[in-house]
Design a protein around this ligand. Structure first.
Ligand code: BDP
Length: 698
């Protein structure tokens, strides 16, 4: 067990479940003249059942008792008579049902398309593994979000920006001639959780990506992914035509530039007929963009939209912008920039918004753009790779964090308008719905750099399929499919997962603090950093701690970022007494002696939270130790090694932060809380000599 098989481990079933599965899976009846997608479904059943019951199923044409029947209304008109309400499943949904077809009791996997059959097949195999009784199975599922996307931040030299799982899995050097077998496993894993789009390259993109040799490489990957229902997209560099010396400008209104992009789109669609479209980071963190020519983001997006529209392509335009010339609170800038543009984007443009207004912090309130652009499709962008939560080393299951954001009530246009309802389009009747996750995948044997980080990939796919799902339920499925279907063990693992993110928040960024990490790599603590060129790159900009107090005042007395939220939401966060302690110092600058609901002073509470975080990290390790006899030795050891690092580094975070804030506040530590063992200067001088993920100047 080295983690490579992720949640698709088809180990031998035992006892009653083996007998039950055998009775229902002797034979597969698949559509005649199957597509590559239907063949992928059959191949998965073959692989899965060979492992689960020790022998591959027989393939048959005729329906028989005990068969698994894969059918669409087109391949088997008989299912139309079964009153299955297939129409409500849409193009990608599926149904699993124990029923009779032509008088034979079978397990029916039905869908309107072959990709629905593939999704259904993965669900059926998972059901077999988690002990579902196939004699009674009755499941229907359809995605609530149309575009479920991974965003790879993979560079053309195979480094990965913010990647902690080794090099890129794209072997660019050998593509398009060699199609590594791993690409198929990548596609299987993604299809099993419903991912249907992948952006291959970093948003900090290179012009070369738009040249013929690179397009050919992307096309080779698209060929591998197509049978699995996954479309390929590319990140583009705004100034590509100019940098490639084919136009004199990159001005979106220049006719030569428009023609260049149209021709480029046509060239791409010639080799990737189902190409998804472009993802763009423009005028953000030094990237070029339309504003270099005094054009708006909408003018920029619409130019690319016009180029891909004839081919059915899309443009994902990122709203992650903050300007070095702007004095406005960084948390406000995307809203200021984009809200006036609502309704001016072309029909095939989706504005992609990060979950929170700063940058993938361990905790942020939801981004105020959600709910504020009703005439524009908005995609959610989550970060699956843990740039700000301890990379792949620290255990932090992100499910509760995503759920917290998705379940947040935007209050627009009315109460109950959650972020999930913006994302799934139900609020505005929007059909162009999307959720993107910045991938945590690399060439490490575990794919995600650690066993538990695969859970974040899995969870992302499941929440993109259904943004209303419960992160605990998803954790349970993942733990059962990855480690153990023994109920008690599964529950113990789920409990660890559900506690993990909150522990990280406590030891890194408690009480709504944010962006306190060290420069460039963002791994360890750096709350003292204040000398970087741009104010908003410095942790001191975010915590504003001084002798008197701490926190960023975003009320009307401060930056008034609150004004960007719906009145009901803003009202609740305007008063520190009604602000959840989760966001307290995000919205308020408070005196150290501010009384917390616990009765403690803010200062004492802060220290207590840091200590709770350290205890939480230790608790994860202890819980894992108790599972020694139920987890296979290699994976148990590997997880434990990282948990030991996490325990140490939680202490490092706590001690360094406490030493720094104590030097600022001048206050003594509350009773029972140990002084940091080193001096502040010693923490400051501790350098992270090398950290993966490419260091940035911020
Ligand atoms: C930040 C990362 C940076 C990314 C940027 C982005 O530090 O590497 O390029 O986000 O999303 O979180 O564009």
């Amino acid at each position: 067990e080295d983690g490579y098989e992720l949640w698709l481990r088809y180990r031998a079933l035992e006892g009653a479940q083996r007998t039950r599965v055998l009775a229902h899976a002797k034979v597969i009846v698949a559509p005649a003249g199957p597509s590559l997608t239907a063949l992928a479904a059959v191949a998965e059943l073959h692989r899965g059942l060979s492992g689960l019951v020790g022998r591959p199923p027989e393939l048959a044409r005729e329906i028989r008792k005990g068969a698994i029947v894969l059918a669409t209304p087109a391949s088997l008109p008989a299912i139309a008579k079964l009153d299955l309400d297939l129409a409500s499943l849409g193009q990608e949904g599926y149904l699993l049902r124990a029923t009779k077809v032509r008088g034979h009791a079978v397990t029916l996997v039905a869908a309107n398309s072959d990709v629905g059959l593939l999704y259904g097949t993965f669900a059926l195999l998972a059901a077999m593994r988690t002990g579902v009784d196939l004699a009674k199975i009755d499941v229907r599922s359809a995605p609530k979000v149309a575009l479920r996307m991974l965003n790879h931040w993979d560079n053309l030299d195979r480094t990965i920006e913010r990647g902690y799982a080794g090099e890129s899995i794209w072997e660019w050097h050998h593509l398009p001639d060699v199609k590594d077998a791993r690409y198929v496993d990548y596609a299987r894993a993604n299809a099993s959780i419903g991912i249907n789009g992948t952006v291959l390259n970093n948003v900090n993109s290179k012009a070369e990506m738009m040249t013929a040799p690179w397009i050919a490489k992307a096309a080779a990957l698209a060929d591998v992914f197509r049978p699995y229902g996954i479309r390929v997209y590319l990140s583009v560099r705004w100034s590509a035509p100019m940098e490639l010396k084919q136009t004199a400008t990159a001005d979106p209104l220049d006719p030569a530039v428009r023609k260049w992009w149209k021709d480029k789109a046509a060239e791409i669609y010639k080799v990737i007929p189902d190409f998804g479209g472009f993802l763009v980071k423009a005028n953000s963190e030094g990237q070029p963009g339309p504003q270099d020519y005094k054009r708006s983001h909408a003018e920029g997006a619409n130019l690319l939209a016009e180029a891909v529209a004839p081919h059915g392509g899309l443009v994902f335009w990122r709203a992650f912008v903050y300007s070095q010339f702007d004095e406005e609170d960084r948390a406000k800038q995307a809203y200021t920039e984009f809200v006036p543009l609502d309704g001016t984007f072309a029909k095939n443009v989706i504005v992609q918004v990060k979950n929170g207004p700063i940058d993938f912090q361990p905790r942020e309130p939801f981004h105020p753009l959600f709910g504020a652009m009703p005439k524009t499709p908005l995609a959610m962008e989550f970060q699956i790779t843990k740039e700000y939560l301890g990379f792949a080393t620290h255990l932090a299951y992100l499910g509760p964090m995503y759920e917290e954001v998705l379940q947040a009530d935007t209050g627009r246009p009315r109460k109950g308008s959650t972020v999930a309802k913006v994302i799934d389009g139900s609020l505005d009747g929007n059909k162009l719905t999307a959720m993107a996750g910045v991938a945590n995948i690399g060439s490490s044997r575990t794919w995600s750099g650690s066993h538990f980080d695969a859970a974040n990939w899995y969870m992302f796919g499941r929440l993109a399929w259904d943004p209303h799902a419960s992160s605990r339920d998803i954790a349970r499925d993942w733990a059962a499919l990855t480690f153990s279907t023994d109920r008690k063990s599964t529950e113990a693992i789920v409990e660890m997962m559900m506690r993990s993110r909150e522990a990280v928040v406590d030891y890194m960024n408690p009480l709504g603090l944010h962006h306190l990490m060290d420069t460039g790599h963002h791994y360890g603590p750096g709350p003292w950093v204040s000398e970087l060129r741009r104010p908003e790159w410095n942790p001191t900009y975010y915590h504003q701690a001084d002798r008197k107090g701490i926190g960023f005042d975003r009320t009307p007395k401060g930056s008034n970022a609150l004004e960007q939220y719906a009145p009901d939401v803003a009202r609740q966060w305007a008063d520190p007494k009604t602000t959840s302690d989760q966001f307290l110092l995000w919205f308020h600058h408070l005196p150290w002696d501010f009384r917390m609901p616990s009765g403690r002073s803010l200062w004492d509470e802060l220290i207590a939270r840091y200590d709770r975080g350290v205890a939480g990290a230790g608790d994860l390790r202890k819980r894992w130790d108790r599972l020694k006899n139920v987890i296979d030795p290699r994976r148990h050891r590997e997880v434990r090694e990282f948990l030991l690092i996490q325990e140490q580094e939680a202490k490092w975070w706590r001690d360094a932060s406490v030493a720094y804030f104590r030097s600022v506040s001048g206050l003594p530590l509350p009773k029972g809380h140990a002084a940091p063992p080193l001096t502040l200067e010693q923490y400051k001088s501790r350098r992270t000599p090398w950290a993966p993920g490419r260091a940035q100047p911020y």
